[in-house]
Every structure is written in structure tokens, then in C-alpha cells.
Design a binder for this molecule. Structure first.
Ligand code: ADP
Ligand code: MG
Length: 299
């Protein structure tokens, strides 16, 4: 289990993280969402033990991650701006990591390298940013880390490569019980990989959700009624949004789906349908319910 406990990080006068806490269960795929400057990269650097927090701690199974060699062995971080030496190639880094990480898997390395459209003998420094990300990922996956931290990994990658990466990450989690933390400023990008989402804004946690739970707890209903209806008609239901298009009313309601359905049926709708919500819609509704406009947060 990874615990982020009351982490504060300052750069001079600027507070990048402000007493931030999360608990990330082992084997989960955790999406760290926030706009540019919200503190995602800083948090990943603290978790991976690169930065020392000014307050609080990041702990893996009760041990602080900061400059902890035992944790460095199990944890791999792909920064948004990875650093490579002039002569680094995927091939010679593979040799280096093989000596460094006991869990290095040579066969997996060979297999994964062949799936990506890059030459392992090319200098990484001459590759595009997207190619560099792929290079880093080939190496990271071959290590079979217990924790993998990916900073904006999908940025600038085409959909085919994105899908491939998602699939390989899922395999890593299934085979190795790896905990994955992916930062992104784009909720849609993470929708089909993450099982937990943490939303940060100005260095603080705004929301943390188990996705299945989040999707279960909020529902959309379209209905047509004979009589006029407004918000006050649905007292007793936790309506977070009501839209009207002619006679059609679309309600976004928090709560148990069965209870909501029964309550709406009691109004004798002429037509009624429960609709699924996308992750983005769930978030928009959840955020609205606590007084935020997500469009101002995820810019
Ligand atoms: P994100 O990754 O979500 O875009 P960052 O963690 O990079 O956000 O940055 C959070 C805040 O901390 C920003 O205001 C940024 O300007 C500031 N910051 C990050 N790193 C440094 C640094 N090395 N020196 C000074 N300020 C920094
Ligand atoms: Mg960043």
C-alpha cells in the first residue's frame, strides 16, 4: 500500500503541495488528474523519492520513499522530461538496468521492444518526445516494477500506441500486482485504464474516487411527464442537475439506482430511461455538487 500523508512541498514562496493525502491500494491503477501546475509532477517526484517533502511523508508499506534504496529497486518513475545521456540507447540502457534491477526480465524486454515502432540501437536523445516516452516505457515494463509512476505518459502518442501501452500496463498489473500511478490533465485519457482517480487542484486533493463506486453512485434519467416539472418536484431525490428539452427532462441524480427509478416511476412518466454516464460526466456532476466547475479546473 502506498500512503501519501499530509505532504507539503514548497518552492521558495510557492506552495506546490499543501498537506495532501491519498491512500493508493496495492495493484490499483490510480489516475492523478489535475490542470497544469496543480502539483502532479511534484507529487510523483516525492513518491519516487527524488524530492524530499517539507512536511508529511510518502510511505510504501510503512517505509518512507525518500532516498530509500529498497524502494528504488521496486519503483520506476518516468518523468515528463526524462533525462538521457548523449549516447544512451534502449539497448545499452537495457544492459544497465539488467544489472541494477533484480526483477529485470530479458525475454519480456525482447518481446515488448518488437511491439513498438522504434529501433533499440538509436540514440534516445535524437528521438521525438513521444518516441522517448515509448523507449522509457519499454525499459520500465521489462523491469516488472512493483510501482510504476508515469507522468503524462500518453501526451503526444497516437491512439494505436496508447492502446498498446494501456494493454501492457493491464498485463503488468495482472501478472505482478503492480501499482500504477498515471498523471494526466485529461480525464478522458484515463477513463478506460484507471480504477481509482484522484483529482488535485492548487496542490490539494479535491476528490478521490473508486471509479466503479463513483459510477454506481450517480445516475442519469431521461423522462417525459404529462405535468410540468422542476427541481422542486423531485424533492427527496438528490438531483445534481436538471435539463429540459421540450417535454424531455434529463436528470442527474446521486443515490441508489433502484430507489431513484422507483421514485421517478411514482410520478407516472409517459417515458423513462436510465442512461449510463461517462467518467467525465460523473466527475462533472460530482464537482458541480461540491460547487466547482470542472472546466475551470481541468484546463
Ligand atoms: P503539474 O505537474 O501538475 O503541472 P507541477 O508539480 O509541475 O504541476 O508544479 C506545481 C507548482 O509548483 C507549479 O506552480 C510550478 O510552477 C511549481 N514548481 C514545480 N517545480 C518547481 C521548481 N523546481 N521550482 C519552482 N517551482 C516549481
Ligand atoms: Mg507535470
Amino acid at each position: 500500500m502506498l500512503e501519501i500523508k499530509n505532504i507539503t512541498k514548497k518552492f521558495g514562496e510557492k506552495t506546490a503541495l499543501d498537506s495532501l493525502s491519498f491512500t493508493i491500494p496495492t495493484g490499483s491503477v490510480f489516475g492523478l488528474i489535475g490542470s497544469n501546475g496543480s502539483g502532479k509532477s511534484t507529487l510523483l517526484r516525492i513518491i519516487s523519492g527524488v524530492y524530499k517533502p517539507d512536511g508529511g511523508s510518502a510511505e510504501i508499506d510503512g517505509e518512507s520513499t525518500f532516498e530509500n534504496p529498497r524502494i528504488k529497486e521496486q519503483c520506476f518513475f518516468i518523468s515528463d522530461y526524462p533525462f538521457y545521456y548523449n549516447n544512451s540507447t534502449v539497448k545499452n540502457l537495457a544492459k544497465f538496468y539488467k544489472g541494477l534491477y533484480p526483477s529485470w526480465d530479458e525475454e519480456k524486454f525482447r518481446k515488448i521492444s518488437s511491439l513498438f515502432p522504434l529501433n533499440t540501437k538509436d540514440k534516445i536523445i535524437n528521438m521525438s518526445k513521444g518516441m522517448q516516452r515509448q523507449a522509457a516505457l519499454i525499459l520500465a515494463l521489462s523491469i516488472n516494477p512493483k510501482y510504476i509512476l508515469l507522468d503524462e505518459i500518453f501526451d503526444g502518442l497516437d491512439p494505436v500506441v496508447r492502446q498498446l501501452i494501456k494493454k501492457l500496463l493491464m498485463e503488468l498489473v495482472a501478472d505482478n500486482d503492480t501499482t500504477v500511478i498515471i498523471s494526466s490533465h485529461n480525464l478522458r485519457e484515463l477513463e478506460d485504464v484507471c480504477d481509482h482517480i484522484g483529482l488535485i487542484h492548487k496542490g490539494g486533493v479535491i476528490m478521490e474516487k473508486d471509479l466503479d463506486e463513483a459510477k454506481l453512485g450517480i445516475h442519469r434519467i431521461q423522462a417525459v411527464f404529462n405535468e410540468e416539472k422542476d427541481e422542486s418536484s423531485f424533492e427527496g431525490l438528490n438531483v445534481v442537475n436538471l435539463r429540459r428539452q421540450g417535454k424531455m427532462i434529463t436528470l442527474t441524480v446521486k443515490g441508489d439506482s433502484k430507489e431513484i427509478e422507483e421514485a421517478i416511476r411514482a410520478f407516472n412518466p409517459v417515458y423513462m430511461e436510465m442512461l449510463p454516464l461517462t467518467l467525465e460526466e460523473v466527475f462533472i456532476s460530482e464537482m458541480e455538487a461540491v460547487g466547482y466547475d470542472i472546466n475551470n479546473i481541468l484546463k
